[in-house]
Design a protein around this ligand. Structure first.
Ligand code: G3H
Ligand code: ZN
Length: 299
C-alpha cells in the first residue's frame, strides 16, 4: 500500500528499528524492493535520485512506483533524494511523494537555510515532509580533494539551530558514511586506510540536540555493528543503493556468463532482481524492520 512517510516513521519507531530507503530506477528494482517488503512484512521507503528520474522519465517512473506501491501489501512511502531543484521538488510533491529532500549542503549555511525554508513552506502546506542535509556526505571519489573528513561532518550545535529554524522533518547527517564504492585504484588505496565508519560520538551529540528522525546516507558498506548502534542513536532511515546494485549486477554477470545462449532479457533480469530482493531482505533484517507490519496495524 502507498502510505505517507509519517505513518512509518514516528516517535514510537525511532531508537527501536529503522526503515530502509531503497533507490529505484526501473521496473525490476521497484518490484524486487516491494517483494522484499512483503516477504519480511516490513515498511519501507522507495526513493528516486535526480539521475533515476532523468533515466526513466519523471511521469514514467513515478507512475511505476505508485502502481507497485499501491498493489503491494507492504507499506511503502515515496521519497525524492538529493535534489537542488525547487521546481522539480514542487512537481514531485504534486505527483504524490510524501517526502522530498532539498540538498543545499553545497551552499554556504545561510543560503542552505533560505532555500530549505522555502521548500519547507511549500511542502508543509501540502502535507509533505522535507529532509535536508547539513555537513557534506561525500561520494567516495570526492575524498581525493579532502584533507580531513571531520571538516565536512555535521556540527551538533549548528544542526539543532538549523532544524529549529527550518522546521524540517528529517535530517541527513554527515558522520562518516560515503556514497557508492570507489572504482579509481588510487582512491581505493587511500580508502583502505580510511575505512568507512560512523563517528558514533558525533552522532550521539547530534541525537541529544536534535529531536527529529535522523537519516544516514551512504549506508552501503557500513559495518553491521555500526548500523545497529546508529539506530539506537536516532537514525530512523538508512539510505541504501550501492549494495542492491552490486547484488543485481553480480547475478546478471554470472547469468550472462553461464548462459550465453539466452537472448530473452526477462530470463536474465529476473534472477538479477531476485538477488536484489535477497539483499534488500538482508538489510531489512539488519535494521530490525522485519515484522513491523503488526506494529503499524496496531497503531
Ligand atoms: O542517497 C542515496 C544513498 O545515500 C545511497 O548510498 O549507494 O552508498 O548506499 P549508497
Ligand atoms: Zn545520499
Amino acid at each position: 500500500m502507498l502510505v505517507h512517510i509519517g505513518s512509518i516513521i514516528n516517535k514510537k519507531t525511532v531508537g527501536k528499528y529503522a526503515v530502509p530507503a531503497f533507490n529505484t530506477q526501473d521496473l525490476e528494482t521497484c518490484e524486487a524492493i516491494a517483494r522484499a517488503g512483503e516477504a519480511q512484512r516490513a515498511p519501507l521507503i522507495m526513493q528516486t535520485s535526480v539521475g533515476a528520474l532523468e533515466y526513466a522519465g519523471v511521469e514514467e517512473l513515478v507512475g511505476l512506483m505508485r502502481t507497485v506501491a499501491r498493489k503491494s501489501k507492504a507499506p511503502i512511502a515515496l521519497h525524492q533524494d538529493h535534489c537542488h531543484d525547487f521546481n522539480l521538488l514542487k512537481k514531485l510533491v504534486n505527483l504524490g511523494y510524501s517526502s522530498v529532500m532539498i540538498d543545499a549542503s553545497h551552499l554556504p549555511y545561510q543560503e542552505n537555510l533560505k532555500l530549505t525554508k522555502a521548500v519547507v513552506h511549500y511542502a508543509h502546506k501540502r502535507g509533505v515532509w522535507v529532509q535536508a542535509e547539513l555537513g557534506r556526505i561525500l561520494g567516495s571519489e570526492d575524498w581525493q580533494n579532502v584533507k580531513s573528513g571531520q571538516d565536512l561532518m555535521t556540527d551538533p550545535i549548528d544542526a539543532a539551530k538549523f532544524v529549529a529554524e527550518t522546521r524540517i522533518d528529517t535530517l541527513a547527517v554527515a558522520v562518516g558514511s560515503m556514497h557508492g564504492i570507489p572504482v579509481n585504484p588510487k582512491i581505493k588505496k587511500v580508502l583502505s586506510t580510511l575505512k568507512e565508519h560512523i563517528d558514533l560520538k558525533r552522532l550521539r551529540a547530534i541525537h541529544e540536540k536534535v529531536k527529529i528522525p535522523l537519516v544516514l546516507h551512504g549506508a552501503s558498506g557500513v559495518p553491521d555493528t555500526q548500523m545497529r548502534a546508529a539506530i539506537r542513536l536516532g537514525v530512523a532511515i538508512f539510505n541504501i543503493d550501492t549494495d542492491l546494485r552490486v547484488a543485481f549486477n553480480k547475478a546478471l554477470r554470472q547469468n550472462l556468463k553461464k548462459h550465453p545462449e539466452i537472448y530473452d532479457p526477462r530470463k536474465l533480469l529476473r534472477p538479477a532482481a531476485d538477488a536484489l530482493q535477497q539483499e534488500a531482505e538482508k538489510k531489512i533484517k539488519l535494521l530490525k524492520a522485519n515484522g513491523k507490519f503488526i506494529h503499524l496495524e496496531r497503531k
